[in-house]
Design a protein around this ligand. Structure first.
Ligand SMILES: C[S@@+](CC[C@H](N)C(=O)[O-])C[C@H]1O[C@@H](n2cnc3c(N)ncnc32)[C@H](O)[C@@H]1O
Length: 236
């Protein structure tokens, strides 16, 4: 396959380097900052998929938590993890041992896969970082087979009272304090809250998926709207 490697943007370089710095502490921080709710959200979100997609892409797979969960729930037979940050893939390498999960370095905006490669494609807490949500939605559609399903878990821009309050208090003060103390990188956890505030709202995200060509969009809401899952399908 000859898809020329793109020159990374400043945004992509900054995001990749940031995840590279925190990779070794990434899982710990997820569990602490969400009081382990992130595990339950990934588990529940996979329930939005119908049937058992065979070949599944886990884009922005990080340390493979969603890949493992999909296999445990029999929501995939084989998972192809893809992330542009090698240290995240290395940090999660043990979770791939003995299970059908592969790992590849690749960019969400130029996926290193042929058209119609997968029956399912999932992204947990990665879409916000991609720089161009519409272009990455079109890439996800491209690599899915007709009838294939997409699943996106994300922190969308807070627009209602509780998620806004959570972001203005816990997100603003606790994320960087705990990120500084446990990962030695307050700036990375400041970026977490800032990137959420700058991202699409959940309704804008649904419109973006529809504009890319996805149909049958379904939504699940977690922790009063702090996090959401969206599922949809590529038309047959
Ligand atoms: C918040 S982590 C999520 C990791 C994992 N999916 C999870 O649920 O824990 C975001 C991941 O997106 C990856 N990422 C960000 N931008 C990307 C891009 N343009 N292409 C591929 N991966 C990207 C980062 O390297 C990082 O591993």
């Amino acid at each position: 396959m000859s898809r020329a490697l793109p020159v990374p943007t400043d945004h992509a370089l900054a995001v990749r380097s940031m995840f590279g710095r925190i990779a070794g502490r990434y899982d710990l921080l997820n569990r602490v900052l969400s009081a382990r709710r992130d595990v339950a959200w990934r588990r529940h979100a996979l329930g939005l998929w119908q049937g058992q997609p065979a070949e599944v892409l886990d884009l922005a797979c990080g340390t493979f938590d969603l890949a493992r969960e999909a296999l445990e729930q029999k929501k995939a037979r084989r998972v192809h993890g893809c992330d542009f940050c090698q240290p995240m893939l290395v940090a999660g390498a043990k979770k791939r041992q003995g299970v059908p999960v592969s790992a590849a370095v690749g960019d969400a905006l130029h996926l290193p896969y042929a058209d119609s490669s997968f029956d399912g494609a999932m992204v947990a807490y990665g879409w916000r970082n991609f720089g161009d949500p519409a272009a990455s939605a079109r890439e996800l559609l491209r690599v899915l087979r007709p009838g294939g399903q997409v699943l996106i878990l994300e922190f969308f821009q807070p627009v209602t009272w509780w998620p806004k309050t959570f972001s203005a208090t816990f997100g603003r003060f606790v994320f960087p304090t705990v990120g500084g103390a446990l990962a030695g990188d307050a700036a990375a956890y400041r970026y977490l809250n800032d990137s959420i505030k700058r991202f699409l709202s959940v309704t804008e995200a649904e419109a973006t998926l529809a504009a890319a060509g996805f149909t049958g969009i379904r939504r699940a809401t977690y922790f009063g709207g702090v996090s959401h899952a969206l599922a949809a399908a590529k038309p047959c």
